[in-house]
Design a protein around this ligand. Structure first.
Ligand code: ATP
Ligand code: MG
Length: 499
């Protein structure tokens, strides 16, 4: 089906932040009922462009037309009125409210006298979901539903508010494969109702499945527009990173030895983890695979004592260590780069430099305990270069960096510590292809220095491409173990789902 009616025309939009030209003359046209992909490296300007469209940011220059009419969108309310709904990387539902309350947020219907018409509202929402073939528990706060359900509710809320254009900024990053299917299904339904979807994702396979056309952005500029059926992944990557990217996975220079660096026995958190025991060797990258919810993150949190009630034994280099808090874990040489960078990994209002130096003040403090700012800066500059962290200045607040660049800071934060065991939980979530390759290389380098590396990942190609050995978890237990060179996607999945 060829769509020919432009719903959205963005013309020559520019936007600067102090020290950054985030967008320069960017133009984009989207047609009725299409699913348009928007891709680019971390910091390319994708989210900024969408925030301008929705009214969260104002543009410096440019014009936006919706259904042929010029619109002036100065704030999110105006964006909504113009028919734009955006689902951001971070969800924005009110967790204590039910789906009905969330869908009617800010515009509860009242009878004369101010009584809220709950029954009528609920009925409307029920009918609406029925028309979409979806079913949610409308009686509980959405905080009790799964992330995937919240995501679907968030999307349907945009539809409910009559959005003609729905922007999804990395909607699949925390969904399981089945949940992704449900999402894609919903997207198709919305398209058939004439709704236009703009889909931002770093998972290129998904774009090829869900979208027809793609815009590539690079360094705040347009860098190409393609029909996806005409191109392959390599063409897309070349447009995105501006060079050929031959090896997604690094050459393995690490060799696992017999020496056990980390051993854990009978880890149990009383909830999601039940008697998990395993070893990691010097020079080894141990992959943890399994479905979302299998208890992998919880196992790591238990080892790190981020979960105070967790039980179990932890041995480092053969010695049992007592870990009562994350601070103990760090002292014993365990680093944990968490999957949830916004809540656990970073302090968003602090600078890039402070965040990088945070896990190891010893190396940048003088004897009296004062931070040596010159040293801190030098350290931060080093990691900025090594990881290609896109920021004009290491004194910039981390919260102002693009999502993927924030993730690089999380990893950098742990790199300067004296660590024996590195735990990476979904280290490449939201990271562009070029930066992914850099992070893989980094893990191999860390292991090659004789350290133990654990990588929790839901991306099977990544688990297979980077690990030496793979443990698979299901329902809080380890259900399989494979050497990476003997494993394939099918063998991992069969352990993960219990075939
Ligand atoms: N509120 C802000 N203040 C200052 N700079 C900002 C702000 N928001 C974005 N930027 C900068 O604008 C540039 C574009 O960022 P943007 O978030 O649009 O990238 P992105 O393409 O969405 O990247 P990612 O794939 O990592 O999410 C980056 O250099 C970023 O640091
Ligand atoms: Mg973004």
């Amino acid at each position: 089906m060829e769509n020919t009616i432009p719903v959205l025309e963005i013309k020559n939009v520019s936007k600067s932040f102090p020290g950054v030209k985030a967008l320069q003359n960017v133009s984009l046209t989207a047609y009725k009922g299409e699913c348009l992909a928007l891709i680019g490296e971390n910091g390319a300007g994708k989210s900024t462009l969408m925030k301008i469209l929705s009214g969260a940011y104002s543009m410096d220059e440019g014009e936006i037309y919706i259904e042929g009419k010029k619109v002036n969108i100065h704030n999110p309310a105006e964006g909504q009125k113009a028919g734009v709904g955006v689902i951001y990387q971070e969800l924005s539902l009110v967790r204590q409210f039910t789906a009905v309350e969330n869908l009617f947020l800010g515009r509860w219907e009242t009878a004369p006298g101010g009584v809220v018409k709950w029954k009528e509202m609920k009925k409307q929402v029920e009918d609406f979901y029925k028309s979409l073939g979806l079913h949610f528990n409308l009686n509980v706060p959405v905080g009790r539903l799964s992330v995937a359900q919240c995501q679907l509710i968030e999307i349907t809320r945009a539809v409910f508010m009559n959005s003609k254009i729905i922007v999804m900024d990395e909607p699949t990053s925390s969904l399981t494969n089945t949940e992704v299917e449900i999402l894609f299904d919903l997207m198709k339904r919305l398209q058939s109702q004439g709704i236009t979807i703009i889909f931002i994702s770093h998972k290129l396979e998904e774009l090829f499945r869900a979208c027809e056309r793609v815009y590539v952005m690079k360094d705040g500029c347009n860098a190409g527009e393609f029909q996806l059926r005409d191109i392959n992944k390599d063409t897309l990557v070349r447009a995105m990173v501006g060079r050929e990217l031959k090896n997604y996975y690094p050459r393995k220079t690490n060799t696992p030895s017999d020496k056990v660096v980390l051993e854990v026995k009978d880890v149990d958190d009383g909830k999601m983890v039940h008697g998990v025991s395993f070893q990691v060797h010097a020079g080894e990258i141990l992959g943890f695979s399994g479905l979302v919810g299998a208890g992998r993150t919880e196992t790591m949190r238990a080892i790190f004592k981020a979960e105070p009630k967790a039980k179990g034994h932890v041995y480092i280099d053969g010695q049992e260590v007592s870990i009562k808090s994350p601070a103990d874990a760090i002292r014993h040489g365990i680093a944990f780069a968490t999957e949830d960078r916004r809540y656990e990994g970073l302090v968003l209002p602090l600078s890039v430099a402070h965040n990088i130096s945070m896990a190891n003040f010893d190396s940048i403090c003088n004897k009296a305990g004062f931070i040596n700012l010159r040293k801190e800066r030098a350290l931060a500059e080093k990691y900025k270069d090594n990881f290609n962290i896109r920021t004009p200045d290491v004194n910039k607040k981390v919260g102002e960096l693009s999502g993927g660049n924030q993730q690089k800071v999380v990893v950098a934060k742990w790199m300067n510590t004296n660590v024996r065991v590195f735990i990476f939980d979904e280290p490449t979530r939201g990271i562009d292809v070029g930066a992914k390759a850099e992070i893989y290389q980094l893990m191999v380098d860390i292991a090659a220095q004789g350290n133990a590396v654990i990588m929790v990942s839901s991306e099977l190609p990544e688990v297979l491409g980077v690990s030496d050995r793979i443990l698979i978890m299901r329902e809080g237990k380890i259900t399989g173990e494979l050497l990476a060179h003997e494993a394939d996607e099918e063998s991992i999945i069969s352990f993960a789902i219990g075939g």
